[in-house]
Design a binder for this molecule. Structure first.
Ligand code: URA
Length: 257
């Protein structure tokens, strides 16, 4: 499967062209008919058979006709690089909405998602990834019904029977970039930990792949411990310690009641 979607020589500049051509996108039905680069193709060599699914192309992506080349894409590359994944070589990238959004209202987003749904499904069926990284709440809605929130889903890894792949929701890099300073560190860390956990599922299948839903809850606790360790924080009973959730320095802890 490696290299099927894109000749390695195409990596540096031109968008990867998927073979065979994909099904009808339902273009013209939604409000995005004016976009400059409709039906943006997935990009990447996918050597590790990981597919990254984002929300929608931004301005830079729309002009270049290639997903994730702006600031979100740069953050994505940096964090993947830290865990040993070369984004363009090891992954494919695509979006739930495959044209630039005009207004980003919830109505427009929902309509665009519907219109692009068959196209995304065909792309995923053609790629047959082993792992699908789902970035942010809009992308989440393409995989879960009811979707829940990205904060409640992130960090868990789900088996998807339709695609025969693990689906790992995590934060959208744009949400990390929009965070205030304190949140940003936490969100970057969660993002990396979510990706690391998801990667551990590569090459595995759930105990019962036919199960209606399989959720791997392992690691939530690891996440919390790693985070607390990194923040040098401590958890205790709030009433007896008078600690509140913003205390991170136990050396300056208020004395016990
Ligand atoms: N954000 C996304 O969700 N997708 C892109 O392609 C670029 C930014």
């Amino acid at each position: 499967m490696s290299g099927f979607f894109c000749d390695p020589s195409e990596i540096s500049g031109r968008p990867a062209v998927l073979q065979p051509p994909l099904g009808p996108p339902g273009c013209g039905l939604c409000l995005l008919g004016q976009c400059k680069s409709p039906r943006m193709e997935p990009f990447g060599q996918g050597r590790l058979e990981i597919c990254i699914v984002g929300q929608a192309p931004g301005e830079q992506e729309d002009i270049a006709g290639r997903p994730f080349i702006g600031p979100s894409g740069q953050l994505l590359s940096a964090i993947l690089g830290r865990v040993g994944v070369d984004r363009d070589r090891d992954c494919w990238m695509t979006n739930v909405i495959q044209c630039i959004l005009n207004t980003g209202t919830s109505g427009e987003i929902a309509q665009a998602r519907e219109c692009c749904a068959s196209r995304l499904r065909n792309q995923l069926l053609a790629m047959h990834p082993r792992l699908i990284l789902v970035l942010g709440g809009v992308a989440l809605r393409a995989f879960f019904n009811p979707p829940g929130s990205i904060t409640s889903r992130r960090g868990l890894v789900y088996w998807n029977r339709v695609y025969g792949a693990w689906v790992a929701p995590t934060l959208h890099p744009a949400a990390i970039l929009r965070s205030d300073e304190r949140q940003e560190e936490e969100r970057r860390l969660f993002f990396q930990l979510d990706i690391e956990r998801a990667l551990r599922h590569l090459g595995t299948v759930p105990p019962d792949p036919a199960a209606v839903a399989y959720e791997d809850y392992s690691g939530r606790f690891d996440d919390a411990c790693a985070f607390l360790q990194r923040m040098r924080a401590s958890v205790g009973d709030r009433k007896s310690t008078r600690l509140n959730s913003s205390h991170t320095d136990i050396s300056r802890m208020p004395s016990s009641a």
